[in-house]
Design a protein around this ligand. Structure first.
Ligand SMILES: C[S@@+](CC[C@H](N)C(=O)[O-])C[C@H]1O[C@@H](n2cnc3c(N)ncnc32)[C@H](O)[C@@H]1O
Length: 257
């Protein structure tokens, strides 16, 4: 899939101001990482939203991501905080993970949704399974399709998302969004348009991110096909049951001991 969003510095910069402020999952992944008592891998670590709190807590954690832009942002933050970690650029679906190295592999905040089809999803899960110690844990969260507003027809309409003001350059950016979705292949495209105006004139920039949603029974089957057992799902990070109303699927599965 031609994924441009996270490779685009404009998209990545806006991620830092918007999505990167999500906090609800960090205590959850931090608790699991503390219980792991060994090296933790953040698969699709982005700019370190989860990885950095793990490192700050003294947990031996490593991460990879396919986007050089996100990794550059991560490197800058690590340097500013005086933290070090093994970080590399790779894709979930063809990463070579050292066998039996990790006791916990996490793949947070919809990262798994950027795998476009069953072949790439299974390839990614098998690679994570192979990189995990026997008895190790996989933890990931993805959007719950039964409560995914993007699947409604209205999501295709151009909709206002936010206005940002940058004081130093005295520029204002207005962001619009719209979605395409294909209910048969369970895939979609998240389009954004950034309209900037300021002293130096006006400009428009567009980005797009492709994604695929996965139903709970399908996810369970994929995990089993990749060799995981004891797959369990909740509807949030506080252990609530998954229902039609849940916004996300929070999965945990094990590599047999
Ligand atoms: C929503 S962000 C989440 C980042 C991070 N896990 C977090 O919680 O903030 C999704 C991340 O997946 C990465 N990504 C997308 N497709 C990928 C792939 N095929 N392999 C590895 N990383 C990928 C993007 O670059 C981006 O950093």
């Amino acid at each position: 899939m031609d994924e441009t969003g996270f490779l685009d510095p404009v998209f990545a910069a806006y991620y830092e101001q918007s999505d990167n402020t999500r906090l609800t999952d960090i205590p959850y992944y931090l608790r699991m990482a503390k219980e792991a008592h060994a090296v933790v891998l953040d698969a699709g670590c982005g700019s370190g939203r989860i990885l950095i709190p793990l490192l700050e807590a003294g947990i031996p954690a490593e991460g990879f991501d396919y986007s050089p832009v996100m990794l550059e942002n991560l490197t800058g933050k690590l340097e500013a905080k005086g933290l070090t970690a093994r970080i590399w650029q790779d894709r979930l679906e063809d990463v070579a993970i050292e066998e039996n190295r990790y006791s916990l592999i996490l793949c947070g905040f919809n990262t798994f949704m950027h795998l476009p089809d069953h072949a790439s999803q299974i390839s990614a899960l098998r690679r994570m399974h192979s990189g995990m110690k026997p008895g190790g844990t996989l933890a990931l969260d993805i959007t719950n399709p039964s409560n995914f507003d993007v699947l409604s027809r209205n999501a295709q309409n151009r909709t206002f998302e936010a206005t940002l003001y940058d004081g130093p350059s005295d520029t204002q950016t207005t962001i619009w969004r719209w979605f395409e979705r294909d209910l048969i292949s369970q895939t979609g495209v998240y389009h954004r348009e950034y309209g900037t105006s300021g002293k130096s004139g006006k400009s428009t920039h567009t980005t797009q991110v492709e994604f695929r949603w996965t139903y709970p029974e399908e996810m369970k089957l994929l995990l089993e096909m990749a060799g995981f057992t004891d797959a369990r799902v909740n509807g949030d990070f506080n252990g609530e049951a998954l229902t039609e109303e849940s916004e996300m699927q929070v999965w945990v599965a094990r590599k047999p001991a």
